[in-house]
Design a protein. Structure first.
Length: 81
């Protein structure tokens, strides 16, 4: 079954959902705050064989803190240090 990327409309969390192609664009609930999440559409450059990066562990999400900062993970799904 295909896996599709989604992003929360409230907190911005990004996560993947496995579902049939006919349900691909249907909105889902965010696993972090249960708000509506919508499918993220992207473009892969022609001729690219680059794989999509691995999804973040459940309960985590990628983000940055604005211009000049590096993207990083936050969330409950990260291992304890």
């Amino acid at each position: 079954m295909p896996i599709y990327p989604f992003a929360c409309t409230q907190c911005g969390a990004e996560f993947d959902v496995e579902r049939s192609a006919e349900d691909a664009a249907r909105a889902v609930a965010c696993p972090l705050d249960a708000a509506v999440a919508r499918r993220v559409y992207g473009v892969v450059p022609a001729g690219s064989r680059a794989a999509r990066p691995q999804a973040a562990p459940f309960g985590t999400y990628w983000h940055d803190h604005g211009p000049g900062t590096e993207p990083h993970l936050h969330g409950a799904g990260l291992p304890a240090d």
